[in-house]
Design a protein around this ligand. Sequence first.
Ligand code: CO
Length: 139
Amino acid sequence: VFNRIDHIGIAVEEIEGSLALYRDAFKMQVAHREIVEEQGVEAVLLDVGENHIELVAPLGPDTPVGKFLERRGEGVHHVGYGVANITAALEAIGATGVRLIDERPRHGSMGASIAFLHPADLGGVLTELVQARDPESPI
Ligand code: CO
């Protein structure tokens, strides 16, 4: 079902300090930065080869990431797996009984289609499916 690890999502209180840490300690380059109102986060993707680390900072305390930080503090937040066909992957995974947070794919950063699976059915790991943008199609 999965063709690679697309990214690891890391919840942070605020972007600038964390960004400086990853840039200075690991010399990572910023691939993309975006405010995703729909998810209540500011997200920064950092390059690690052809994969990414995604720093996510909440836009407010009442957002999912804001609540996560309050409960668990900063740290690993989700794992994003690459899939070739997100609709087929959701159907196949849903058929095994894993609950889908997103029944249908929605827009992620950099033109990707994404969907989240319920962490309660996956050993506490929030899991994201990512179908990269078709390079042929316009953003
Ligand atoms: Co993500």
